[in-house]
Design a protein around this ligand. Structure first.
Ligand code: IPE
Ligand code: MG
Length: 230
């Protein structure tokens, strides 16, 4: 979800106004993709590197997270949407941590769609955490080093219980992954668009799905082989 700051700057507004507008887009994206039948939507809300931004922006974002969760959890719950957070949450203000807990607890049994909010998340952190978990199991004698394989490593990641993403969308014109889901994106279709996140309308969302539908996913096989299977 990139481009909030530039959206605000273009209008001579403070960056936090862009983030506020971005939350609106996020609400609409959750509605759109859940209606489209998407089962898991993972949103990169705050990276482990974002702490380095000006202090006013960081504290504005923390307040915005608490406020948006408070405002929207009930509606998400009514729409049968589950919300959960991935990332290292201990560094967040107390108030945000308890709001996260509350939103997760209320919606935990919902099954229409899961929204995974990546907050204080980094793809490299996720991989290191998985390695640590497995190393601990080996140290405790519950696992043999030789049994560490791709499925075991995947399962120990922060979204180890769900399938890897089919489609990766980055708005805002940048064409890089910026330490988002690194392991999980091994076979994701990458979709970059120039539209800034606050301007990412339902029409733009639909365009990303249309583009995805046109891609042929080969997983290392040839185009001819994939056509035979289909
Ligand atoms: C993304 O928008 C939102 C967060 C990282 C919280 P940016 O704030 O990165 O917007 P630009 O890239 O400065 O326009
Ligand atoms: Mg940015």
């Amino acid at each position: 979800m990139d481009g909030n700051g530039r959206w605000a700057k273009k209008r001579l507004l403070p960056r936090n106004m862009g983030h506020r507008k971005g939350v609106e887009t996020t609400r609409r994206a959750i509605g759109f993709f859940s209606e489209a039948g998407v089962e898991n939507l993972t949103l990169f809300a705050f990276s482990s590197e974002n702490w380095g931004r000006p202090q006013a922006e960081v504290s504005g974002l923390m307040e915005l997270f608490v406020h948006s969760l408070k405002q929207n959890t009930e509606e998400l719950h009514q729409r049968k949407i589950r919300i959960r957070f991935i990332g290292e949450r201990r560094s967040f203000p107390e108030q945000l941590q308890s709001q996260i807990k509350e939103s997760e607890a209320l919606t935990r049994n919902n099954s229409k769609m899961t929204v995974n909010v990546a907050a204080n998340y980094g793809g490299q952190w996720d991989i290191v955490s998985s390695a640590k978990k497995l190393a601990q199991q080996v140290q405790d004698g519950h696992l043999q080093a030789d049994d560490i394989d791709v499925p075991a490593f995947s399962a120990a990641l922060s979204m180890g219980d769900i399938a890897d993403p089919d489609l990766f969308i980055r708005t805002g014109g940048e064409q890089r992954i910026s330490n988002f889901l690194l392991w999980q994106c091994a076979y994701s279709e990458l979709y970059f668009c120039d539209v800034l996140w606050p301007d990412f309308t339902e029409r733009e969302m639909q365009k990303s799905l249309d583009e995805y539908a046109r891609r042929q996913r080969r997983y290392g096989k040839t185009g001819e082989q994939k056509e035979e299977i289909q």
